[in-house]
Write a protein that binds this ligand. Structure first.
Ligand code: MIC
Ligand code: MG
Length: 295
């Protein structure tokens, strides 16, 4: 595995069209997603905020908070990991630091968006965005800072909901001009709009297929037909995990036993299989023998 993570992401993009990018909120889910066959993973800003810190996705987490989750994930997978860097966590110099530290944490690339620093979830109302010039500066700073030229800089624009499609496409093109390798148009409403973006920008476009948001749950075939090159599922597994956890808590609390919750659970054997538990155990036995009575 001597290719850089950025290179691996770009290769995955050539192999699978559109490339499905699986959101993984921790190291263990990354292992499962890799085993299932995904070719690229994602660390969601909302995932870090919600799952790791119990906070809403409103720009309250720091670069270090995100890096910690990125390191945990990149240390257990060979798959390239795209990371949500929100607004970049500061001005030009801080954005440069974000890019370098993400690279060193093993990320394949990041997306940086044009919302104001006090950002909101992309699928919520009342978003505010910085001017086109400031967004272009963010992308210039990011693209200039990469230590590996293959590290992916993806520009996310939230302008569609704020200024409309023409302005959003104009921004996307300006970001590509400034060095963005890929474009993430946020909160797209229909396939026609995706077609407008993919027709206008000459770089790969990502579709954020997040549930309960503004974008319908388009299939990969539909997205591919609109020229989209990446389909992102940022929180799908997390949402399902949360629902399962809630059901288990309720059942145990109400029924005084987990018997009726067992069907919602991954078994010990499955868990150990994903973790290669038995290989580790065998290693211990090899090293120290199985008779531990003299300890
Ligand atoms: C992609 C996203 O930025 C994320 O942090 O995962 C979110 C996802 C979501 O809230 O559903 C976003 O679209 O803003
Ligand atoms: Mg986000």
């Amino acid at each position: 595995m001597n290719q850089s993570p950025g290179m691996r992401f770009r290769e995955a993009l050539e192999v699978e069209k559109p490339l499905q990018v699986a959101g993984t909120i921790n190291a263990y889910t990354a292992i499962m997603a890799e085993r299932v066959g995904f070719r690229a993973l994602y660390v969601s800003g909302a995932g870090v905020a919600n799952a790791s810190f119990g906070l809403p996705d409103l720009g309250m987490t720091t670069l270090q908070d995100v890096l910690e989750d990125v390191r945990r994930i990149t240390s257990v997978t060979e798959l390239p990991v795209l990371v949500d860097a929100d607004t970049g966590f500061g001005g030009a110099l801080q954005i440069a630091r974000t890019i370098r530290q993400m690279g060193r944490a093993g990320a394949a690339g990041v997306h940086i968006e044009d919302q104001v620093m006090a950002k909101r979830c992309g699928h919520r109302p009342n978003k505010a965005i910085v001017g086109k010039g400031e967004m272009v500066d963010r992308i210039k700073a990011a693209s200039d800072a990469r230590e590996d030229p293959q590290f992916v800089i993806m520009a996310r624009t939230d302008a569609l909901a704020v200024e409309g499609i023409e302005a959003a496409i104009d921004r996307a093109c300006a970001c590509v001009e400034a060095g963005a390798d890929m474009i993430f148009p946020e909160a797209v409403l229909n396939l026609e709009q995706y077609k407008r973006f993919t027709g206008a920008v000459k770089v790969p476009v990502l579709a954020n297929i997040t549930e309960f948001g503004k974008t319908p749950l388009f299939t990969v075939e539909e997205l591919g037909g609109a020229g989209v090159r990446m389909a992102l599922y940022p929180l799908s597994a997390f949402r399902a995990m949360c629902e399962a956890a809630l059901q288990v808590y309720r059942l145990v609390r109400w029924e005084g036993t987990q018997t009726n919750a067992i069907g919602l659970m991954q078994t010990r054997d499955e868990l150990y299989d994903f973790l290669h538990y038995y290989d580790y155990e065998q290693k211990l036995d090899q090293l120290f023998g199985t008779d531990r009575r003299d300890l």
